[in-house]
Write a protein that binds this ligand. Sequence first.
Ligand SMILES: C[S@@+](CC[C@H](N)C(=O)[O-])C[C@H]1O[C@@H](n2cnc3c(N)ncnc32)[C@H](O)[C@@H]1O
Length: 232
Amino acid sequence: MKYTKDKKFIGAMFDEISPTYDRLNHLLSGYQDNRWRKSAVKHLASMGSYENVLDLACGSGDLGLEFTKLSPKKLYSADLSFEMLKIDREKLPQSINIPVKAEAERLPFASGMFDLCGIGFGVRNFEWLSICAAEINRVLKPGGRFLTIEMFKPEKPNIVNRGFRLYFEKVLPKIGNRLSRSKYAYNYLFESVDNFLPVSEYSRLLEQNGFKVTKIRNNFIGIVHTVFAEKI
Ligand SMILES: C[S@@+](CC[C@H](N)C(=O)[O-])C[C@H]1O[C@@H](n2cnc3c(N)ncnc32)[C@H](O)[C@@H]1O
């Protein structure tokens, strides 16, 4: 299959793998994914309070679940995939959570509505990244925070990330596709990272779209990073 970021394709692919998404995420990250989300949200908690929060590309809602610890009044969970949103809806407290089917390129929210927007393992799937960054900037209040946790392309190949790339390209898709009963989703995972930006270029793109990057945390061998930014 040819690599594409077409939104119809992406939405259908995440619909397909939604039943096994959480389990495989934990397994294939060596049970580290929730640790990365938790430590990011802990850092955000130390920096302020947040009334209106957006979990964009929320998937099955694991980042949103961490955001509930910030005691927001309203938490909006937005995603392309209806099946992922159904899981998010079951996982999060209905009293504050508002699931919305939406594209990151065209957010159905008023300007300056959010104190915080977070994206866990979502940005590398976005078809039009600069447009998404500008949209996120638009819906944040001035000074609003923007959190990204993502798998980035390594800045420079070295022996460690080359070894990981081999595993990621050749071994992980076989396990992931088999356990998720998908033909391609875990090949797509490899290709989406391989075709994405290094974290330095991503930070530059944020700064070109009205953000100041305040902290970058390297979680795993220069591939998984957490990027903290704020709207200028
Ligand atoms: C790898 S999952 C991440 C889910 C979750 N945030 C997490 O931390 O595990 C990526 C999600 O991004 C969504 N997505 C991809 N492109 C999108 C877009 N352009 N707009 C909104 N959601 C998108 C997919 O449907 C999928 O649910």
